[in-house]
Design a protein. Structure first.
Length: 216
């Protein structure tokens, strides 16, 4: 039987009301994720979707506590390093800043409306920090930011392929210029155009566009 993981929390030094989970010792990704999920469920943190927890980076690193002066949050801070060293303790860290206070007004998005639950940037140490809404508004196209979702949004290529497949399955030999023939090359006569790869994508996209124009 595995020993339970005793989670601890670090708090953002900029007084932004954010926290990060960590535990002494090196633990597997699955065990650590399960421990964080259980912790948040105990606190009824329904404002933090499961997908956000699962995609947050988990690192097995080493941690040192050093003095910190002139800060309103704490008089000591943690320094992380990849290799063991003097005063460094083996830890497992979820490099993601969670809000300390629950947002009780947040509701799960409908399945067809995948919306980001927040926008974050990653610093040079690999830690994620939440970007304030005002900053996102003024700098919406910053490539350094990472939107996080309640579930993974479909990649554009996957979305296009799904649309192409749905279109092709509705095409019939007696009414369409582009359709599927089953039975191998013996069913195709000399001179037939049999596109594949990018040529097939182009042919489907052209036929799909034409069908949309007809509907309009």
């Amino acid at each position: 039987m595995r020993n339970p993981i005793n989670l601890e929390r670090s708090f953002a030094m900029d007084d932004s009301c954010q926290m990060m989970f960590w535990a002494k010792g090196h633990h597997s990704w699955g065990d650590f994720i399960a421990a964080v999920e259980a912790e948040l469920q105990t606190e009824e943190r329904t404002d933090i979707p499961e997908w956000v927890i699962c995609q947050a980076p988990v690192k097995q690193i080493y941690q040192r506590s050093v003095p910190c002066s002139g800060n309103i949050v704490a008089d000591r801070q943690f320094i992380y390093q990849n290799e063991p060293g003097r005063g460094a303790t083996a830890v497992t860290v979820m490099n993601f800043w969670f809000p300390i206070h629950a947002d009780r007004n947040r509701r799960a998005q409908p399945a067809e409306e995948v919306q980001p639950v927040g926008v974050f940037y990653q610093d040079l140490a690999g830690l994620y920090h939440q970007v304030q809404p005002a900053v996102v508004k003024h700098y919406p196209d910053d490539p350094g930011r990472t939107p996080l979702y309640t579930r993974p949004p479909a990649a554009e290529a996957d979305r296009l392929d799904a649309e192409r497949y749905r279109f092709m399955r509705d095409q019939h030999w007696h009414s369409s210029d582009l359709f599927v023939v089953q039975g191998g090359k013996s069913k195709v006569s000399l001179g037939s155009n049999c596109p594949s790869g990018e040529l097939l994508d182009q042919a489907i996209d052209a036929a799909l566009a034409a069908s949309k124009e007809k509907k309009e």
